[in-house]
Write a protein that binds this ligand. Sequence first.
Ligand code: PEP
Length: 252
Amino acid sequence: MARRSFVAGNWKMNKTPQEARALALELRAGLEGWRQGDVGVFPPYVSLGVVTEALKGTPIIVGAQNVFWEKSGAFTGEVSAGMLAASGCACAIVGHSERRQYFGETDETVNKRLKAALAQKLKAIVCVGETKDERVGGTTQQVVKRQVAGAFAGLKAEEMAEVTVAYEPVWAIGTGLTATPAQAQEVHAFIRQLLAERFGTGVADSLRIQYGGSVKADNAKELLAQPDIDGALVGGASLVAKDFVAIVKAAK
Ligand code: PEP
């Protein structure tokens, strides 16, 4: 089945609002007229407003790097899905490995964040992936299976229409080590099979699975040519407009 590509830039904790606006304007110019795939950028919370404004009238979606599950209240430092939606956000990343590694994110909290995002009509990118020790220890499939089951617990098939999965091997994120196209394809196909078992082949065939982990302009084409790789979640290379534009345009 032909799936539309989706390339997303995770800016992580980079760029002041002024710098974020400048990058958004560069992307706007670089992707002028590009309609062959979906593109999203995920700036820090404080830059969501300026980036949304800078990209107004373009098909580039703006999303948040995280979302909290409660609606409002005494949760210092958190931002709710409703607040994101009201700020022009269209999407949220949940379960990024840096959140799991440094901020105690678990499969259960990923599930709560995902449900909160979907309840506010946000799209979501759900990240899964194994660490280096898990890959070396031969437990990649076991880990990914647990993460997929945890993230999507209690979800209905129709809710999956707004979900993208990002397979991001932790050992490849920000390290310059990229999974080979064959390694990535193997896990993508496995994830699609898990989704088919859980939600049926209709959902599994239409859901997009991005690859993430040191995607660059020079390796994007080969990765994105794999049958089950439908786009990319890009960290470092999304901070340089010409590199990100090249990755977007490498998508099938
Ligand atoms: C990411 O942040 O999701 C990521 C894949 O980072 P990088 O492209 O820098 O490895």
